[in-house]
Design a protein around this ligand. Structure first.
Ligand SMILES: [Zn+2]
Length: 103
């Protein structure tokens, strides 16, 4: 029998699960930030770095909540790095976006 916490509205197991999930997501967030910074600083980054694959426009980094996207100034396309979609979905659980992707 788990204790219900009046303050959080969750029982202890749920609270612990949510805490661990938040920690895992924060760890993924900082890993992705580090990878991005490393690639940005690297001389060996690809020639098409930060150019839109659809229209060739300049991409700009935008932080949208927990996710960093590359948004095209030309066509308005939004591009995600590896791992960013997973972050987006994890934070979108129970939302329309989450349901769209089967979460
Ligand atoms: Zn574009």
């Amino acid at each position: 029998m788990s204790q219900f916490n009046e303050a959080t509205g969750y029982n202890q197991e749920e609270a612990e699960f949510k805490r661990r999930e938040a920690e895992a997501l924060a760890a993924l967030r900082s890993k992705l930030d580090a990878q991005r910074a490393e690639l940005k600083a690297s001389a060996s980054r690809p020639a098409n770095w930060m150019y839109c694959p659809k229209c060739g426009g300049q991409l700009a980094e935008q932080r949208r909540g927990e996710v960093v996207v590359d948004a095209c100034g030309g066509c308005g396309g939004i591009f995600l790095d590896k791992g960013e979609l997973e972050l987006l979905l994890a934070h979108g659980k129970g939302t329309m976006l989450g349901r769209l992707f089967g979460h």
